[in-house]
Ligand binder design. Structure first.
Ligand code: ARG
Length: 600
């Protein structure tokens, strides 16, 4: 077991569990996790907390006849039973009311790391079954610009997909774009009036040349609000669109296509892969959902004719059909839920939007549960995120008070990074040429924006600060990318100046040996990878990975400061430690969607 189980916490847990059962009998019931990593690593690597519940159990079974008079006695017995020659645990001692502290044997840690080095990757925790997951993310609205909120959804969603896929699950990456609804009435009308030539019969697919869709949307809205006739025809368009009028459909599709091209540019820049399945897709599936609720006797008809479902414990009802017969956000999401559960056969569904939609998703999920759609034990989750504010702490706006366009924000990050890199080139500190500046600046600039978001709990709001985000020190992607490049450059020097090639060491399976406390500290941190992934697979918060990779970079930096690598008798060994670290960083960057750079 110990060789195949990648989660250290699990290994330690199982060892203590077995020992306690050997000592006190198989019938004892213990709490779920009897061990935990030590907060303060001065004391030990892990701590077992089982002596207290074991003592309580013995007292209940044997009363005062028990030979154990306190939890400390029990802890002492556990320590003795492990003994001093255990292959995995060492340095056991009793602490406080009965905690058992321990450390892991260096040989065991070495064996684990050597295993990864020959496999060429760090192991994920084993999964009990391959699940089908739906991740509903990004999901901007047609004819409106993507804003920073969509950026958060896009960045978090992409990372969540990558984590699930890396564990071996199948993921439907769904872009639930807002491509349906009454706003299309006015957009269609405005297009008819402003771009008459594109809606000609014989136009075989040329899209209207709308350079700025937000502008287009705003103008259409202004016309809609000011002109009663325009408003009226717009409303007729909605009805026509919904009944499948070919001209309205054609214009609608054009608008979607124009938007799509814009969205696609952002996805390409950010290496995001998401497949569109927008609101319109579910429209024909809504009547069956309403019927299902009706048959179950769950539908309430409100005054005016709206069809609602009152769900237990929820303040507002699900609105499946409005009084004018139209369908809304609730209707679509109920149809989407049903489709994902029964057609896509999802075991797990995750929707990622701003926090403001928390109640909406609670309601939709509770509605699905009440109608009996969740009997297969499927898991549903909404990840809600906070707002992104400007440096003044207020909502993110441009100087003229407009919402910031996503593309401008990404451009800004890249261009600031370009200037920084050019400065470094001028100072003679850089390892790249002028021709490479743009590509490297893109990798770092986009990586920085992503990491700045991912490193925190999504529910928190944050200030968008380029200075902080692009800082070379602190918890930033820039710091991490530099840290990685530094490790790579050590390996390059070893090859060039000492003729020691990491690839050769790997090929010959040169084993890692732990000889220094900083090495041990680094290795122990490296080993937490599988535990961190398990946690992330559970709650789907990528900040665990950020936290891990940041601490790893710190441990590595301490290691290279305290332990000489180049020219040291331990050079080969230490080069492999550097290599194991870059391997871990590489995998984390992949999961976070951060591009790799070899040189800066
Ligand atoms: N289009 C929505 C918005 O911009 C997000 C949609 C999220 N997904 C969903 N199934 N409702 O806020």
């Amino acid at each position: 077991l110990a060789c195949f189980e990648p989660r250290l916490s699990k290994v330690v847990d199982l060892i203590f569990d077995k020992i306690i059962r050997q000592l006190f009998g198989n019938d004892i019931s213990l709490p779920g996790n009897i061990t935990q990593p030590c907060q303060n690593t001065q004391h030990g690597d892990f701590q077992c907390n089982a002596a207290m519940p074991t003592f309580a159990y013995l007292k209940k079974q044997q009363g005062s006849s028990s030979e154990y008079k306190s939890p400390q006695d029990v802890a002492q017995a556990i320590v003795q039973s492990v003994g001093s020659e255990h292959p995995i645990l060492m340095d056991l001692q009793v602490n406080g009311p009965g905690f058992v502290l321990c450390r892991l044997q260096p040989t065991y840690l070495e064996q684990h790391i050597n295993g990864w080095l020959s496999a060429g990757k760090l192991p994920f925790p084993p999964i009990s079954q391959n699940e089908t997951c739906v991740v509903d993310f990004s999901s901007p609205n047609i004819a409106k610009e993507m804003h920073v909120g969509h950026l958060r959804s896009t960045i978090i969603g992409e990372s969540v997909c990558r984590v699930l896929e890396a564990a071996g699950h199948y993921v439907h990456r769904v872009n639930h774009v807002g491509d349906w609804g009454t706003q299309f009435g006015m957009l269609i009308q405005y297009l008819k009036e402003e771009y008459p030539h594109v809606i000609d019969q014989d136009n075989d697919g040329t899209l209207p040349n709308i350079s700025d869709l937000t502008e287009f949307y705003k103008n259409a809205k202004a016309r809609f609000d000011a002109d009663a006739d325009f408003k009226k025809t717009s409303q007729t368009n909605v009805v026509e669109l919904q009944s499948g009028d070919p001209q309205c459909l054609k214009i609608w599709k054009m608008l979607c296509d124009v938007s799509r091209l814009e969205f696609e540019k952002v996805y390409q820049r950010l290496d995001v892969n998401v497949k569109e399945c927008g609101e319109s897709f579910y429209n024909p599936k809504i009547p069956a959902v309403i019927e299902e609720f009706e048959k179950a006797g769950r539908l309430s008809i409100e005054e005016g004719g709206a069809k609602c479902v009152f769900v237990e414990g929820m303040k507002v009802p699900l609105m499946l059909q409005k009084s004018d017969g139209g369908y809304g956000y609730d209707s679509t999401d109920m149809a989407a839920l049903k489709y994902r559960l029964f057609e896509l056969k999802a075991d797990r569904i995750i929707a990622i939007t701003d926090l403001g939609q928390n109640d909406h998703f609670k309601l939709v999920f509770a509605g699905g549960k009440e109608i009996g759609w969740l009997q297969g034990g499927q898991r549903l989750k909404h990840i809600g995120f906070g707002t992104v504010n400007g440096e003044d702490g207020k909502r993110f706006k441009t100087r003229s008070g407009e919402t910031v366009r996503l593309v401008d924000l990404l451009d800004e990050s890249v261009s600031r990074m370009e200037s920084k890199l050019r400065e470094r080139i001028q100072e003679g500190k850089a390892n790249i040429t002028e021709e490479e500046v743009h590509e490297v600046a893109e990798a770092i600039g986009y990586g920085a924006v992503k990491y700045y978001d991912l490193r925190r709990n999504p529910t928190s709001s944050y200030k968008f600060s380029y200075d902080e985000m692009l800082s070379t020190s602190g918890d930033t992607a820039v710091y991490l990318l530099y840290a990685r490049v530094r490790l790579e450059s050590i390996a390059a020097k070893a090859k060039a100046e000492f003729n020691v090639d990491v690839e050769d060491l790997l090929r010959h399976q040169h084993p890692i040996k732990i000889t220094h406390p900083s090495e041990r500290n680094l290795v122990l941190h490296l080993q937490k990878y599988a535990d961190v992934m398990e946690q992330t697979l559970d709650d789907l918060y990528p900040y665990h990975i950020c936290d891990y990779v940041y601490k790893l970079a710190n441990a590595a930096s301490e290691f290279v400061t305290k332990c000489r690598v180049l020219g040291d008798p331990e050079m080969s060994n230490r080069l492999l430690l550097c290599h194991a670290t870059t391997l871990a960083m590489h995998q984390c960057f992949d999961l976070l969607g951060i591009r790799h750079i070899k040189r800066i």
